[in-house]
Design a binder for this molecule. Structure first.
Ligand SMILES: *Cc1c(COP(=O)(O)O)cnc(C)c1O
Length: 224
């Protein structure tokens, strides 16, 4: 077993002391490892790949809350819509419409987080502020036909760097955009209350900047 129980308990304590929640990122890890963490009480797990997720999900307890944290293609939403708890990383109205359509088939509401791009790398996914506002405006225009999704907040990844100041600056930017949207649009976005940021290398910085959901994989499950 490769689960680092001591690290898990330490991280969980840090996360809870900030009133945040821990998502254990189990991508590439076997169901045995997920079960081991489940038996310690962990219920929120994150996966990046649709095929891997739909292979594992039926083998595991049904009260696990699955978070999709990878890049989701519209044509794959149908495979996870019956059970997925939250989809992080939404960056188009097209995808929101498809999630709504598939969730409706199962009479569910799926929580969606909108992904911001704040990192320096160009390869990372996500929107800038203008694109975010454009997406939100589109959503407001169609809100009455989108009852099967709820916009739960923002998701972001910081630059891949050892420069803590840079990382904190990026997390602060996410937090300030979050605060702005939340204040100005609270009546139309009643469920906008999560900031998903922070991974193994930078979750303490993310917690300091107001993250409510950290996504930690390798520190708990070992390197991939
Ligand atoms: C893999 C992954 C994580 C977890 O990364 P670790 O460095 O293993 O903690 C978090 N978020 C996203 C989007 C990921 O793809």
């Amino acid at each position: 077993m490769s689960v680092n129980t001591a690290a898990y308990k330490k991280i969980l304590h840090e996360v809870h002391s900030r009133n945040a929640e821990l998502i254990a990122v189990s991508k590439t890890k076997p169901v045995e490892d997920i079960l081991e963490l489940y038996q310690l009480g962990q219920r929120d797990f994150g996966e990046n790949y649709v095929q891997e997720l739909i292979d594992k999900q039926p083998q595991l307890p049904t009260d696990i809350k699955w978070h999709f944290i990878g890049h989701l293609q519209s044509n794959k939403v149908k495979y996870i819509a019956s059970f997925i708890h939250m989809i992080h990383g939404v960056e188009s109205l097209k995808l929101l419409r498809e999630i709504n359509k598939q969730a409706q088939k199962h009479d569910r509401v799926i929580k969606c987080l909108l992904q911001l791009h704040v990192a320096k790398e160009e390869t990372k996914f996500g929107m800038n502020v203008e694109e975010l506002m454009e997406l939100l405006n589109g959503y407001f225009g169609e809100k009455d036909s989108l009852h099967h999704i709820s916009i739960g907040g923002l998701m972001a990844m910081a630059s891949f760097t050892n420069d803590h100041h840079q990382i904190s600056t990026e997390f602060k930017e996410v937090r300030s955009i979050f605060d702005k949207v939340r204040t100005e649009m609270s009546s139309i976005l009643p469920d906008f209350n999560q900031i998903s940021m922070g991974m193994s290398s930078d979750y303490p910085l993310a917690l300091s900047e107001g993250s409510t959901l950290v996504r930690v994989g390798s520190s708990i499950f070992g390197n991939r």
